[in-house]
Design a protein around this ligand. Sequence first.
Ligand SMILES: *Cc1c(COP(=O)(O)O)cnc(C)c1O
Length: 221
Amino acid sequence: MVEDNLKRILKELPPEVKLVAVSKFHPSEDILAAYSAGQRRFGENRPQEFAAKAAALPSDIEWHFIGHLQTNKLKMVLPYASIVESIDSKRLLDAVEKWGGDHDKVIDVLLELHLGAEETKGGFTEEKIKDILSVGLSYPHVRFRGLMGMATNTDDISIVEADFARIEAFKKHLDERYNLPVFNELSIGMSHDWPIAVRHGATIVRIGTAIFGDRPKLGSL
Ligand SMILES: *Cc1c(COP(=O)(O)O)cnc(C)c1O
């Protein structure tokens, strides 16, 4: 089933768009099923689960961390993550810079733009992102690779379109204003809205349910 789902999505996804298979809450066997079908890029959102899976699974997996990250959990995530997509506060960014300095590593990150209507969702305002990028040189151990965003969780396609159009335009504005060398990625689009995201310039889509099925409830793993 996982293999069929992957194949179906990859057939529709333009080849230049990177697929992150979001495996959070799903057991390692499901990840290995996708791995056997050729998938190498996976996403997780809980530090402990992320570290356990990354340590146990094949080392050529490219792990994306996509969840809220507390500064005291960096040591579980940064040794394994090829990119942290969910940098959502200055405090976290400063802590990642410090960890990178301490470990002589440069960490690839996306800055999360607060996009959806939900107050509960994380992310920076556009102003804060501009502030950070204008002092980008003060983060020698962080490589800013682009933006991440989550559209409003709604069936109203016009709202989702408007959210993605906003982050697409903001990305374009940043490209013109700051001319950052590797600020290339726009990570938008999940199971229910990724075709819309692709029309708005997504370079990364993060798809969980449409590949692995519904997530098992907490505690039943
Ligand atoms: C869970 C999650 C996804 C995947 O969601 P699906 O609806 O299952 O595709 C994508 N992005 C983030 C940040 C997530 O937490």
